[in-house]
Design a protein around this ligand. Structure first.
Ligand code: FDA
Length: 308
């Protein structure tokens, strides 16, 4: 399976296939398995439906690695509109965004100032912005930006970060973030990373996820555990119950369209669940990372492809 993972992650960087897929009708239909739709309205409609099922939402306007400041500003505008719509419609939702979509590769200062204005807006409207974590070349700068913004009084508490269990450094980062009172989303990690900095074996990533999840569960800060893995969920449930950690003190997070059965089950058992709802035209790299995680999804998509 690691070969297929590498293959799909390599495909996620293929520009020609990306251009073709994002423009084709078939591409849009196939991607709808994991993507709420192309427009803000689609995302808001899905958020409302998910809320009705007893789950919170985080909205992701898809896009990464913009190449001009103008693109970064357009991307930020979408997030400002989302925050206003979340407040106006009283949705139980926050937003997730990537710093490379805000121009991080062009200028860290640009990305930081855009993220600051989005986070200030989130704070004013009682919402929250989660900064997604990208590949390891960006881990340090992403942590520094989030820590600086969290330290500002008009942002404090309205910004959080993601930590990837596959990185060796993550235990130190989590301890530091907990010390700063910053909300963490823990995930396994979706990029291709070298063995010098990340566990190459899935069993080690899983073991580290459980260790880090326990640190988060023990801390007084509200965190999110992002996984579709039954074993990770069971480990967190058992740690929480052994240590009398109430179900309201943390949340599970899952991606739109993945393990709806598990999402439902957790809600029925009284756990908090947040669904990550991506939308927009730039869906290709996100979609390819989902195939990399579970190549069996290709079969599922192929079956649907022939039904169109
Ligand atoms: P894992 O891949 O270990 O698989 C365990 C089981 O889960 C599978 O056997 C299958 O049953 C189910 N499963 C997993 N993926 C599936 C899929 N695509 N389709 C169907 N079933 C699937 N990563 C990152 O690097 N930066 C980030 O900011 C984020 N953000 C993020 C937010 C949220 C809400 C989630 C859920 C995930 C992320 N991720 C992420 C992705 C994360 O790092 C990881 O790649 C995926 O969640 C897959 O790991 P799991 O723990 O879910 O299961």
């Amino acid at each position: 399976m690691p070969v297929l993972r590498t293959f799909f992650i390599a495909l996620s960087h293929n520009r020609a296939l990306r251009r073709f897929s994002e423009r084709s009708l078939v591409g849009k239909r196939v991607s709808s398995r994991f993507i709420a739709g192309m427009e803000i309205e689609d995302a808001l409609r899905v958020a409302e439906e998910v809320n009705k099922q007893g789950m919170s939402v985080t909205l992701d306007s898809l896009g990464e690695s913009v190449t001009t400041e103008a693109e970064a500003r357009v991307a930020a505008e979408v997030y400002h509109k989302l925050l206003d719509a979340i407040a106006a419609r009283k949705l139980d939702a926050n937003i997730s965004m990537k710093l490379t979509q805000m121009g991080l590769n062009l200028s860290p200062a640009l990305a930081e100032s855009i993220a600051e204005s989005v986070a200030q807006h989130a704070s004013k409207t009682g919402s929250f912005v989660r900064i997604d974590m990208e590949d390891s070349s960006l881990t340090q700068v992403t942590l520094e930006i989030v820590k600086r913004l969290h330290a500002k009084p008009d942002v404090r508490g309205a910004i959080g970060i993601v930590i990837q269990a596959y990185l060796y450094r993550s235990k130190n980062d989590i301890e530091d973030l907990i010390g700063n009172g910053i909300r963490v989303r823990l995930c396994k990690g979706a990029y291709q990373e070298p063995a010098e900095i990340a566990f190459p074996r899935k069993a080690d990533v899983d073991a580290n996820f459980i260790r880090l999840a326990n640190l988060l569960l023990e801390s007084p800060v509200y965190h999110g555990l992002a996984t579709h893995d039954d074993a990770m969920v069971a480990a967190a449930q058992s740690y929480a119950s052994q240590h009398s950690i109430e179900r309201s003190r943390f949340e599970f997070q899952m991606l739109y369209g993945i393990r709806r059965d598990l999402q439902r089950k957790l809600v029925d058992e009284g756990y908090k669940v947040r669904v990550y709802v991506p939308f927009g035209n730039d869906w290709y790299p996100y979609f390819m990372r989902r195939l990399a995680e579970r190549p069996a999804n290709v079969l599922f998509l192929a079956k649907n492809f022939f039904r169109f």
